[in-house]
Design a protein around this ligand. Sequence first.
Ligand code: C2E
Ligand code: MG
Ligand code: MG
Length: 637
Amino acid sequence: MNIKMQCCGVILLVVLLFFYIRQKRISLNTQRAFLQAVFVTLGCILLDILSIIVLNHRDIVPDLIVKFICKSYLASLVGVALCGLLYVCVDIYTKKSDYRKKTRKYDLAACVGMLVIYCLPIYYGYAKDGKTVLYTYGASVVSTYIFAVGLLIVNFHLMKKEKDRINPLRREAVRLWMLVWMGASLIQFFHNSLLLVGYMSAIGMMILYLKLENPESNLDRQTGMFSHSALMLYIGQLLGKEQKFAAAALVLNSPLHENGHSSRNRAAYMEVLEFLLHISGALVFKNMEDEFLIVFEDADTARDSVGRIQERFQAGWGNGGRYYIKFNIIFIPDVRVVDNAEDMLFLIHNVRQNSNESAQGKLVLADRSRVEQMYRDRETEKLLERAIDEDRVEVFYQPIFSTKEGRFTSAEALVRIRDENGKIVPPGVFIGIAEQNGAILSLGKMVFEKVCRMMKENDIRKYGMHYLEINLSVVQCAYEHLAEDYIKIMEKYEVLPEQVNLEITESASLEAKAVLLQNMEKLMAYGVRFSLDDFGTGQSNLNYIVDMPVDIVKFDREMTTAYFENEKAKYVMDHAIRMIHGMGLSVVSEGIETKEQFEEMEQLGICYIQGYYFSRPLPQQEFLEFVRERNGRNERA
Ligand code: C2E
Ligand code: MG
Ligand code: MG
């Protein structure tokens, strides 16, 4: 028997361990399981070598010890198979308690296997000279095969059954390792003098290392921080432990202020990296180009550490500290408020989307109430998606009264969705979410199509209506094909363009405004007219009226209520009305709830009144009946 192959296996594993231990790494459960497998494999090969040595020196070593060592080697083979199985389980059962529960039976099976191996007899297979031992055989060896292969089969089965819960790369690597190992065992079983198993298990470990367990694969090469994928694994693992831990997302809103020499900027950048890489008591991950995630296993001291990070970023960087970085920090004091790593990132994304410019340099707390809001938003998102798919989108109409004509001459179309239980969900709940995820484009189109269909089926002029007002979201306004899409829909339903009035609000960005203007031009050339909605809220200013080719300005409820509550607002509104009328535009006053408010508005010369005083938004049929009946009699009477 010679030990060359086994020695090669040992060298291979020692080289692997040398590189592995020197590399920067996080303590992931999978990596720990891998390391355990490497050590058990190394032990197995060393026992293999030892058993060959003692077999070659049976003359001086007592037979009992020789057999014990041979059996120990066999038992260690079962150990290697068990390690392979545990390595897969660590990935599948991320919760510590689940892992313990599920793996107990495998540990037990391996222990029984080892006991059986030690209890059953083992014999030596000799070479032709009748002296040199070439291999061992007997019930002990057979039971080794049974238990080791049994564990491998369980492993195959588990990976198949839980394929959605295991990293596909890991599945592939483990499969390859097992195939190499099984192939070697099979060859050794039939050619028992070919001692391949030990060496091949070292090769198997090398495969795992190269494909998956090289700690460098968890590093971001550019910054030397841990990568996004490492973050996902690490958070999943910490959540599995069910112990409190904290995390902070450092969001750099501007890379670095470009107010100087670029090499100095680089100096600032390097200083930032240096600082982040040396935050004590925390691991830093690069989650995105502009976002770093700092994870604190000790949640109690995290708040102070985050405060220090905030303080440091409030000061400058680079030579002389002349470079300031716009940033904010989203702090999650107890990450257990989310269910998994994906949700934690979603929470951060959610907070980022909802925090405005004023959050610069601030620390935003992402606590349970934020998470609850996030989960609610997600539910709403799903609800909206289903409502669009299943056509549970409805349009209500709120009549608008013309003070000049003394009757209802238009109405505003307002979207609602109906949930699975038939309950109406108002737009305030879902419009913002639809704008964020882009669903507003299809939702808005759907609403417009429904309004056009309604106009085709009912000649609104017969009801005294001149036109209907339909809301456009800023997201729709910034959509380049909006005009074409809407014109196509109007053509399809043969709707007269002058019966359509689109309500726009102020766009946030200049680009969006440019696209909006193009859309408006095309639609106006077709004959559609526009209103400016929400005037008098924070979202509007007088400039916008000057710039935008609108016919109507809609005063928000906020503005009309302020009119009745304070003198300054009264003054502003008086003048705004005069100005708007001076520009030849009409005014709609929204949110009029009482007779007094109505009379006051009428006296101010406001042409159109909309509000609960007349009617709430009504379903189509009720709305048509309402205007038919009310336009039949004189309102002021
Ligand atoms: P908005 O366009 O300013 O619509 C007026 C809102 O004020 C409506 O709320 C209406 O029901 C409410 N309102 C009218 N009169 C009164 C009143 O006297 N008192 C009170 N308290 N409220 C009154 P609604 O229907 O909940 O819609 C809220 C917002 O959702 C709308 O504000 C609009 O911005 C948006 N929205 C509604 N439908 C659509 C749509 O189809 N597309 C888009 N993009 N947004 C829509
Ligand atoms: Mg509106
Ligand atoms: Mg409005």
